[in-house]
Design a protein around this ligand. Structure first.
Ligand code: AHR
Length: 341
């Protein structure tokens, strides 16, 4: 009994002592260092994760107003800003890269939330993109591509220009299985759209179809007219060439003016254009274009959504390509009334 009593006291003392000691030990131990906060995603705004469109200032240094496609693209951004309620800092560079670079620099100075840049040409963006990056402003490349290192911009949203060229080539391959001679009316020299379309076209075109000449009409209707006139001075339609690949509908409409004036009739030549504007649809209805490869300008909604994600520190895709198709004369009249551009 005596032994049991002492054993019990001893055990009790041991328990109390160990509790006290462990308590002292806990108190004396250095506090564990707090886990470091995750670094903010590039482009994340101070309002994250609750930013709304009201917090957004988007810079859109538009490259110009050279075509109906471009007009629709501008409207898409302006309409989206009005709908969502974000501020759009818009400018028109009149197809001059130096104007676009100045506009980007002004937006960096202003400290906009995001820059959405539709580059007129592919090269020459490294310096200004580095300046934007150093200022912590994310740049989304819109529509055409740039040759700059992809680390200098956060994403590209636009068409697969190479695929558009391939699709155009497939139309010529189907029409001329035994070969043909054709002309190319190309877009702005050095632009992602013209480079991609020319590359895709050549990659897919059958070897028995020869591009006998290629000149730029700078994506405008006005500049395409003299280019087509010069072609017609050099080459006889139907004899020297049977078809024309035209990089956009506006140039196609300019070419039609010159062809009409030279007495060429709809259907005398096989003409494939790019864009799918209302003008292009009308040219298919009138028998001038035999196919129109779609290039969708309505990019405002997608770009705005991505910009808001960036501001809220959410992940985004690096390259977002627009889903497009090819239009033909047989459906042109039915589809024209519903065309948005
Ligand atoms: O970059 C898109 C191209 O630019 C369109 O095909 C053309 O119409 C525009 O000017």
């Amino acid at each position: 009994m005596f032994l049991k009593k002492n054993t019990f006291k001893f055990l009790l003392l041991t328990v109390i002592l160990s509790v006290v000691l462990s308590a002292c030990g806990t108190a004396a131990a250095p506090a564990a260092p707090a886990a470091p906060a995750a670094p903010a995603a590039f482009g994340q705004a101070s309002c994250a994760p609750n930013c709304t469109y009201k917090d957004m200032v988007m810079c859109y240094p538009q490259l110009g107003a050279e075509s109906d496609w471009r007009t629709a693209n501008t409207a898409s951004f302006k309409d989206q800003a009005a709908k969502d309620g974000f501020q759009l800092v818009f400018s028109d560079a009149q197809q001059k890269q130096e104007n676009q670079i100045s506009a980007v620099r002004a937006c960096i100075q202003q400290g906009v939330s995001v820059i959405a840049l539709p580059p007129v040409v592919e090269d020459g963006w490294d310096a200004v993109l580095t300046e934007a990056k150093n200022a912590g402003i994310p740049v989304i490349i819109v529509d055409r591509s740039v040759s700059a290192d992809p680390s200098l911009y956060v994403s590209h949203i636009g068409s697969d220009m190479k695929l558009e060229g391939e699709r155009a080539a497939e139309e010529f391959n189907k029409k001329f299985p035994n070969g043909a001679k054709i002309l190319e009316l190309s877009g702005t020299t050095g632009s992602g759209a013209a480079v991609g379309r020319a590359e895709g076209f050549r990659a897919k075109l059958n070897k028995n179809i020869e591009i006998i000449d290629s000149q730029t009409g700078n994506f405008t209707r006005a500049e395409a007219v003299p280019v087509m006139q010069a072609f017609l001075q050099k080459y006889k339609p139907g004899t020297d060439f049977q078809g024309i690949f035209i990089h956009n509908d506006d140039m196609g409409l300019g070419a039609i003016e010159a062809l009409k004036a030279a007495g060429v009739k709809p259907g005398d030549l096989f003409i494939v254009s790019v864009d799918g504007t209302r003008g292009g649809f009308q040219a298919m209805i009138d028998g001038w274009f035999q196919a129109d490869v779609e290039c969708n300008p309505l990019l405002g909604p997608q770009v705005a959504e991505m910009a808001l994600k960036l501001m809220n520190g959410q992940p985004i895709d690096k390259n977002v390509l627009t889903n497009e198709t090819v239009y033909y004369p047989d459906k042109a009249a039915e589809l024209l009334p519903s065309r948005k551009y």
